[in-house]
Design a protein around this ligand. Structure first.
Ligand code: FE
Length: 348
């Protein structure tokens, strides 16, 4: 047996509603306090077993142990804020550019310089100032039930406001950071008046009530309760490969339609401002962003690697797309404006 490198302090899914204070005691801060000075402590918004295998591989190669604390993104941000300079975290991994940018604005990251990261992470997928770097890419295409909506009608997100979709379009609510980032993307590429028109058109087509997560919405598309929806590709991939037979059958009815360009987002990591081991954290970031381990990190959640399409057969079957060139930094910077615009235009 290999020695156990992992002191897994995972927060079980479903505990997300707990207050931060309860959370801290539930996790067992004492375990992190035992972490050695040469260890790297990761606060991660991801929760996949394959991530742990990758961290173990990093330990095998470098001798640097990794201690993992998993939680919901917003709770991890909150926790780092309240811990301040006393935080044990060396690396913060978050999902969605808007959250990463929020953490940046709160001063939770430090600037790091790495020729490797600059080579492996495309410029539009990292902070120009070097505080955070993308590790995976995800896309938010249109998901269509061809029995209700002709997929050929949709060539851009703007087509979702076409009158043919009246009463057939299902959407997540405005609180969804995924939709906020999509709106910021439209805002950057097409400007405020066009984005406002787009939202108003979609709102006119919407089938109420709005959804609060992607998976039930995809189920509804598969079951013919919705003709079209906007959802992240990994939710459909998960349903297609999951244990639930009904979900597999529903997902099989859903066609992925790639708007041109398609909105993409990221999982990203940055060395924390409080890091005791910034060197080790940087090395772990470099390892995770490298093409060889990056493929594994991406496919753990049916995501795309930083460059190219990867080898995931489920994703390959979805086809390829032209990604929006809007930078992740812009998505974060325009988030507030996007949310205001969504509210004004009636996106509940
Ligand atoms: Fe998600």
């Amino acid at each position: 047996m290999r020695p156990l490198f992992f002191r897994d302090l995972s927060i079980p899914i479903g505990m997300g509603a707990l207050a931060a204070t309860t959370l801290a005691s539930a996790i067992g801060v004492a375990s992190l306090a035992q972490a050695g000075p040469k260890d790297v402590n990761v606060y991660s918004g991801r929760h996949y077993n394959t991530d742990k295998q990758l961290y173990a591989e990093f330990t095998r190669r470098t001798g640097i142990r990794v201690n993992l604390l998993e939680g919901k993104d917003d709770e991890l941000i909150q926790r780092l804020r309240s811990e301040g300079s006393k935080s044990k975290a060396d690396l913060l991994v978050l999902v969605d550019a808007a959250r990463v940018y929020r953490a940046q604005e709160l001063g939770l990251f430090q600037t790091i310089r790495s020729a490797e990261l600059n080579k492996d992470v495309p410029a539009n997928l990292r902070d120009p100032a070097g505080r955070w770097f993308a590790l995976t890419r995800r896309a938010r295409p249109v998901m269509v039930n061809p029995a209700l909506v002709n997929p050929k009608l949709i060539r851009t997100y703007a087509d979702l406001s076409r009158s043919e979709l009246k009463g057939k379009l299902c959407l997540r609510n405005r609180a969804s950071v995924y939709n906020q980032s999509l709106t910021a993307d439209e805002l950057v590429r097409r400007g405020k008046p066009a984005t406002q028109q787009w939202i108003k058109g979609m709102v006119a087509n919407v089938k109420e009530p709005l959804f609060t997560s992607d998976t039930p919405m995809l189920r509804a598309v598969g079951l013919g309760q919705c003709g079209a929806a906007i959802a992240n590709q990994y939710y459909l991939a998960r349903m297609l490969r999951g244990d639930n037979r009904a979900d597999r059958a529903a997902a099989a009815k859903v066609k992925v339609v790639w708007p041109n360009p398609t909105h993409i987002n990221i999982t990203a990591g940055g060395v924390t401002n409080s890091a005791r081991n910034p060197e080790g954290a940087r090395k772990l970031l470099e390892f995770l962003a490298s093409p060889s381990s990056g493929e594994g990190y991406a496919s753990a959640n049916d995501e795309y690697p930083l460059k190219g399409w990867g080898n995931n057969p489920t994703l390959k079957a979805f086809g390829t797309f032209k990604a929006s060139s809007v930078s992740m930094e812009q998505l974060g910077r325009r988030n507030r404006e996007a949310v205001e615009l969504m509210a004004q235009a009636g996106w509940k």
